[in-house]
Design a protein around this ligand. Structure first.
Ligand SMILES: Nc1nc2c(ncn2[C@@H]2O[C@H](COP(=O)(O)OP(=O)(O)OP(=O)(O)O)[C@@H](O)[C@H]2O)c(=O)[nH]1
Length: 367
């Protein structure tokens, strides 16, 4: 058994989990840099060592938990995929004790808080972003008040007041931006869905016959080309048949064009049911159909066509066939030679089909 690559071991093989682990790793790298900054702050006497140690410990332990939960795929989907929102809230929460501990240099942390809120707009709804902004501002005010009360020598109330005013100015602006971005992404997603639906519809129109939903002639020609090269390579038996519904004009004349259309649909449905998954059925024109049966000898294909003929006879008088009509078909069947161009094989099948018509219809002639 092949050994998993180191990255697969680290991040897992599930693409969703890998992406979530990638985001977690990025966040951890950011904390590493943040840790270096705090280290410098401790060395320069800005941050008390015990507070830095406690914050570091909490951060490491929390990320061990995040790692296990995300890596195991426990939060692969659900309300908070990859714990993205929890990680964000943890980051915001960490800012408050840091803010209180760092003293005069605390203003810089507001940039970090603002950056968290910018991130939040990609994983939260606008209302949640507003709540986060409100909560952050309130907690910031409380942290400032507490810091001023506990360490008046480290904090200047004028600096704190102006910091709070800046935060109160900037953070709501970010929430407004979040609103706009969410509206834009919703619109984009909608447009993408519409575009995909339109593409699927276009593909359907380009490849399917509108009435019977079988392959149309143009698409079948492409499929035949692909089948031909496959057939040349593997040399497996390949059968091709042209089927033409008998006396179809009479159906139209006696029951109307709409009933004729319904007969064509019923015929296609029955034919499709009798074929295997990799057999191909196309409406070749009017009331004529082409069937390609890969890995099938002419003898086996004849069995398939005869069964279809019986099914059609059985459908007469049943709900499957409109007006309980009894419909049959004449078919020309050929075993395609590996070196034979498919056009030639179709011509042979066509001639065989006319022989079937000429010799009494409701039969299959093998060329
Ligand atoms: N309702 C309907 N009729 C179609 C469609 N395409 C072709 N037809 C009709 O199919 C009929 C074919 O008639 P013919 O070619 O004379 O052949 P037939 O009556 O089936 O007689 P044989 O082939 O000799 O058994 C024509 O009347 C066409 O108008 C279609 O999409 N819907």
């Amino acid at each position: 058994m092949a050994r998993p690559r180191p990255w697969a071991r680290l991040l897992g093989t599930d693409p969703e989990v890998r992406e979530q682990m990638g985001a977690l790793l990025l966040s951890m790298a950011t904390y590493l840099v943040y840790g270096l900054i705090v280290h410098l702050q401790v060395r320069t006497g800005l941050m008390p060592r015990p507070v830095a140690g406690a914050l570091g410990l909490v951060t490491v332990l929390t990320h061990v938990v995040f790692w296990v939960v995300v890596r195991r795929g426990w939060v692969r989907t659900g309300r908070d995929p990859g714990l993205a929102r929890t990680q964000l809230l943890f980051g915001v929460a960490l800012m408050f004790p840091s803010y209180a501990a760092i003293g005069p240099a605390a203003g810089g942390l507001q940039v970090v808080m603002a950056s968290h809120i910018v991130y939040s707009m990609f994983m939260m709804r606008p209302r949640q972003v507003w709540r986060l902004v409100g909560g952050t501002l309130m907690l910031l005010a409380a942290t400032m008040a507490l810091s001023l009360h506990l360490w008046p020598e480290r904090h200047d109330w004028r600096v704190q007041a102006s910091n709070l005013a800046y935060a109160a100015l900037v953070m709501p602006l970010i929430a407004v931006l979040a609103h706009r971005i969410t509206r834009m992404t919703t619109r984009l997603r909608q447009q993408q869905a519409e575009l995909q639906a339109a593409l699927a519809r276009l593909e359907e129109l380009a490849t399917r016959d509108e009435l019977t939903r079988t392959h149309n002639r143009r698409h079948m020609t492409e499929l035949l080309r692909a089948q031909q090269s496959l057939h040349r390579r593997n040399g497996a038996p390949l059968a091709l048949a042209l089927l033409d519904i008998d006396l179809f004009k009479a159906v139209n004349d006696h029951h109307g064009h709409a009933v004729g259309d319904e007969v064509l649909r019923a015929f296609s449905r029955l034919a499709q049911q009798g074929l295997r998954g990799h057999d191909l059925l196309a409406r070749w024109g009017g009331e004529e159909f082409l069937v390609l049966l890969p890995h099938t000898s002419a003898e086996d294909a004849l069995g398939v066509l005869n069964r279809l003929q019986e099914q059609l006879a059985g459908a007469a008088g049943a709900a499957e066939m409109p007006k309980g009509l009894c419909v049959s078909f004449s078919a020309g069947l050929v075993a395609v030679d590996p070196d034979e161009p498919l056009d030639q094989a179709i011509d042979r099948a066509d001639q065989a089909m006319y022989r079937a018509k000429a010799t009494g219809r409701a039969r299959c002639v093998v060329a």
